[in-house]
Design a protein. Sequence first.
Lengths: 180, 349
Amino acid sequence: MQALTNRSKAVSRKPMSFMERLYLPSIVKGMAITFSHIFKKQPTIRYPEQTRQFSPVFRGLHVLNRDAEGRERCTACGLCAVACPAEAITMEAAERLPGEENLYREEKYAARYEINMLRCIFCGLCEEACPKDAIYLSETFAPSNFTRKGFIYGKKDLLIPDPATEPEAYAKARGGERTN
Amino acid sequence: MTLLTIDWLLFTEKLVLIAIIVFASLGIALYTTFAERKVAAILQDRPGPNRAGPFGLFQPFADGLKLIMKEEIIPNTANKGLFILGPGLAMTAALMTCAVIPWSSHVTLFNRNIDLQVADINIGILYVFGVVSMGVYGIMIGGWASNNKFSLMAALRGASQAISYELAMGLALIAVLMISGSLSLKTIVDQQMQPGRLWNIAYQPLGFLIFFICAMAECNRTPFDLPEAENELNFGYHQEYSSMKLGFYLFSEYVNMIMSSAVMACLFFGGFDIPFLDEKTLAPNLAAVLGVAALLTKIVIFIFVFMWIRWTIPRFRYDQLMNLGWKKLIPLALLNMLLTGAFILWKQG
């Protein structure tokens, strides 16, 4: 039969030589290999103290964005909820009242905005669907929790800090995110 | 008239010595479990346990506490008395060995010469062998009393392995005894300490190799850990054990390791002898302390080699184990014995 590739190797059926049957030289060789690993660098990242650098396209926890004046960008259009393949997003819209112009950018806003982090698959489709750049995925991932309820993130968990009043926290939450 | 006078000072002296040696061996065994994990980790490019205390140094205490706090389960179908006896026997047999090991020469305290050896009996090494083979009972009884197929199979394996390797071990030992002409461990060590005489390893390299392999098999260490082969026997002879009973089994394995390291150091590596140094030039107390340090260093090196081998070599198959023991090691040991005898006769002229 013709071989498909030239990479196949014939198995050696030769009986083992005396040195091979002695078994000790190969044990010594193996022990030399394990000993050399004492001096190898450990690839371990000691997690809580050290963290791994994520790539810029990492999709972590969601953040609800504000504009430069600190107004919420979300208009509760519901496109993210429609786009969501895991049906993790729920929202309730409300109308902006006179005098709330400094809080919400458009006439309509999300009174309630919840993401169930247990359902979410972190695909980032909500981010792509949003016409207002109101939601994006940050570089942190969902921390553990004791209850299922704890994984339903409301507006207060998701909203980015106000850049007008807390510029430092805002910058930290943005991280190395894209500018817009 | 006194028929029997008890030297109370000697009595207390020995009691204190026993207490120190037992607690020291337990302490070392405690940290050997930690060292095992650390060595495994370092050989596999991992950091190992490093959370409990600085560098994870309190890890053994955390492990011990965990084992004590766990629920104690005795299976319904187990033979209760024997089930409890098993781990106790394993531990006792492991600890009893340390009675005849000469930890160092003697110290002078309160105008008394105190030997740093619990009992210098003239059949010391035979005693070690006797006690070590008692350790098999711990495994056998534990495995049988569990009333579990896997435990029983593992216990049978452990027993047959121990018996097979004890033979080769004894034969390798006889060659050493032919050189030293004494069964007392103290005498064997003293002979190696004499100026102009090398350690026994120089006269008995093959004997040491056989003895070392057999010691590994006796301690149920990889590559001879067939009684605990997880992939074949789930967990081995201590499968049904939980809580501190399991801890005792695991612990006795480490104590065994320390004791066999100590015996090997005494038989082949000059015991508490410090190489290239004549102890007689030092003050006796200093020499004794340095001697303890030397013996401990040798033990630590042996333990490291045990672990190093464990994390290098995979487990033997059962037929390979028996082949090695009966068909390779015993003939080799016999040959070694013959050669040694012939050499001694030739030297005597």
